[in-house]
Design a protein around this ligand. Structure first.
Ligand code: PLP
Length: 431
């Protein structure tokens, strides 16, 4: 079992040294519980593994996984940098204390005013298309001289991988990046426009547990970078291989063994740098899920048990709070938090409270005997969980609690009914 659970002497699941039944009692359910130590451990594990083999290394935390300000502060204090995919994330990172030089903006189908904002904050822009390059040139300097303004490009290394089709971001079906065939031309175009291209980026997908595709993508991007270096004046300051490092969601899935992974990737990196005579540019990676995924739990209480065509365990939240099972068919492990060592004995469906049949946290899951009033913990709810939450069915979004060293603090208050209609305006004539 790779899910690494702590159960106390009362057979209750514990998070960050606190009994989950006490947290649920104190704050109510549904509730997200974030374990600070796990985030710090995950960050350090990646950082130490890579720097062991290559010193010029940076982690750019992909904050779309979880932008809670406390989580951002934890990662800021660890020395992380930020991968931001929207202007809102750039704004959030700056608000969380990240200086602009610690942020890289990798947008997709970016508007001019968004580039202008990112530029005005002094945040570096990783360009996704020729269209974006030409429009950026006009924004940075309408007179046509860009004075060595530093940029990088996202390339599509024609390798993709991921836990679901929607999460494969490299390869011929992907909308992201520039193609290998046009890379030299595009970097030259940037130079001719007065830019100074200093980086190359790729991100092939998300939820990758097998190192093979990541290795292939590393080799493929190094080939593209080597070719650009050889055929233009570009001297790379950094090469960014994106995120995608997976975590086990089922008890059977393997852990990504980070140190051998780091050794292999840095090995390819150093060999190719030497082959292509590219010096020692910084190596970046952009993990999101790996840093925060297993650090949060969604606590939800069982309120209805229904024996109809199937046995449904009905809980007090739904895909408005955790979309991944409904959207991607993702497995999230579920623990009976108030009896965490109980044996799994019956096949049930765990159903949320949203009015859609697809609102299931688990189908045909073998779980212990569950009763109304029981507390369930849905695991691995730290990445793409709150950040994908909605108010669908007019349900206020739930709160978040941070636990550390046996202490708990609210880091996001649960929304109220009033929060459901802030910013709405009813015209006078309809009142
Ligand atoms: C989503 C994303 C990541 C992070 O992906 P994870 O699977 O969470 O590691 C990194 N870089 C970019 C550009 C992304 O869009």
């Amino acid at each position: 079992m790779n899910l690494n659970l702590k159960v106390n002497s009362k057979d209750h699941l514990e998070i960050g040294g606190i009994d989950t039944t006490e947290i649920a009692e104190k704050y109510g359910t549904p509730l997200y519980v974030i374990d600070e130590e796990k985030i710090r451990d995950n960050y350090k594990r990646v950082y130490n593994a890579f720097t062991k083999f290559y010193k010029n290394f940076k982690i750019l935390y992909a904050c779309k996984a979880n932008t809670n300000l406390a989580v951002m502060r934890i990662l800021e204090s660890e020395g992380s940098n930020i991968d931001a995919v929207s202007t809102g994330e750039v704004y959030t990172a700056i608000k969380s204390g990240f200086s602009p030089d610690r942020i890289l903006f990798t947008g997709n189908n970016v508007r001019d005013d968004e580039m202008a904002y990112v530029d005005s904050e002094g945040v570096r822009i990783n360009v996704d298309s020729i269209s974006q390059l030409k429009r950026l040139a006009k924004i940075v300097n309408p007179d046509g001289n860009n004075d060595g303004y530093k940029i990088s490009f996202r390339v599509n290394p024609n390798v993709g991988a991921g836990h679901h089709e929607h999460c494969i971001t490299g390869g011929p079906m992907s909308k992201f990046g520039i193609m290998e065939e046009e890379a030299v031309e595009v970097y030259q175009m940037a130079i001719d426009l007065g830019f100074k291209p200093v980086g190359m980026h790729s991100h092939i997908g998300s939820g990758i547990l097998n190192p093979e595709p990541f290795k292939l993508a590393t080799e493929a991007m190094m080939k593209i970078a080597g070719n650009v270096h050889k055929n233009t004046d570009v001297e790379f300051e950094f090469l960014d291989f994106g995120g995608g490092l997976g975590i086990p969601y089922t008890p059977e899935e393997p852990l990504l063994d980070i140190e051998p992974f780091a050794e292999e990737i840095t090995g390819i990196y150093k060999d190719k740098l030497a082959d292509y005579g590219m010096g020692n540019p910084d190596l970046y990676i952009e993990p999101g899920r790996y840093i925060v995924g297993d650090a949060s739990y969604l606590l939800t209480r069982v309120n209805t048990i229904k024996n109809s065509y199937r046995k449904f365990i009905g809980v007090d939240t739904g895909f408005n709070t955790l979309l991944r099972p409904s959207m991607y068919g993702s497995y999230h492990h579920i623990v009976l938090a108030n009896n965490a060592n109980a044996e799994a004995v019956e096949k049930v469906d765990v159903a949320g409270n949203v009015c859609e049949s697809g609102d299931l946290f688990a189908r045909d899951r073998i779980l212990p005997k569950i009763e109304e009033g029981d507390l369930l913990a849905i695991l691995n709810a730290g990445a793409y969980a709150f950040s994908m939450a909605s108010q669908y069915n007019s349900r206020p979004r739930v709160g978040e609690v941070l636990v550390n060293n046996g202490e708990s603090e609210i880091v996001r208050e649960k929304e109220t009914y009033d929060d459901l209609y802030t910013k709405q305006i009813v015209p006078d004539r309809l009142k």
